[in-house]
Design a protein around this ligand. Structure first.
Ligand SMILES: Nc1ncnc2c1ncn2[C@@H]1O[C@H](COP(=O)(O)OP(=O)(O)OP(=O)(O)O)[C@@H](O)[C@H]1O
Ligand SMILES: [Mg+2]
Length: 152
């Protein structure tokens, strides 16, 4: 699955700095709904966590966002709860289920999953996909795609 195969609606933004990526994340927060799942893709250092910092800001969360690589899930209270998940170090989908992360997809909070491709089989069909590509030392291309019926 990639953004061109499934998108009913898609937008692309170029970021020239980490701060701009945070801004894109903040804007994305306004284009989600209670219970949204955001599947994040992009290589190491692409800026996935920067985007989540923006999402958190958009949800009125002032706590510092740190990478949940070891904990798998970090939970924050905002306008809606934010569940920041990272599948990078998981052994597989079973471990993701054991942590209780998958259940959170079906609650009212916003779930955002770094390295979502590692748990692809568990990502709901109506998830929003955000892909970050490294296009220069400080430049990133952020592509956000929505499936049919979930266009903002
Ligand atoms: N335009 C940009 N947007 C986001 N990050 C950028 C940008 N330009 C440079 N960077 C740098 O790239 C790095 C992105 O780190 P970040 O932790 O957000 O990546 P990640 O995709 O979450 O990586 P990981 O897979 O290790 O979790 C940071 O060091 C940041 O300063
Ligand atoms: Mg990260």
């Amino acid at each position: 699955m990639n953004s061109t195969e499934r998108a009913a609606f898609r937008f692309e933004q170029v970021s020239a700095s980490p701060l701009e990526t945070i801004k894109i994340g903040e804007e994305l927060a306004a284009l989600l709904w209670p219970g949204s799942v955001v599947a994040l893709r992009g290589t190491l250092g692409a800026g996935k966590t920067q985007l989540v910092k923006g999402l958190a800001r958009g949800l009125g969360i002032h706590e510092e966002i740190t990478s949940p690589s070891y904990t798998i899930i970090s939970e924050y209270e905002g306008i809606l709860p934010l569940y920041h998940m990272d599948a990078y170090r998981l052994s597989g989908e079973e471990e993701f289920i054991r942590t209780g992360a998958e259940e959170l997809f079906y609650g009212k909070g916003i779930s955002v999953v770094e390295w979502s491709e590692r748990v692809q089989g568990l990502i709901p069909a109506d998830a929003v996909l955000a892909e970050i590509a490294i296009t220069g030392p400080e430049e990133r291309r952020v592509t956000v795609s929505y499936p049919a019926g979930k266009t903002p």
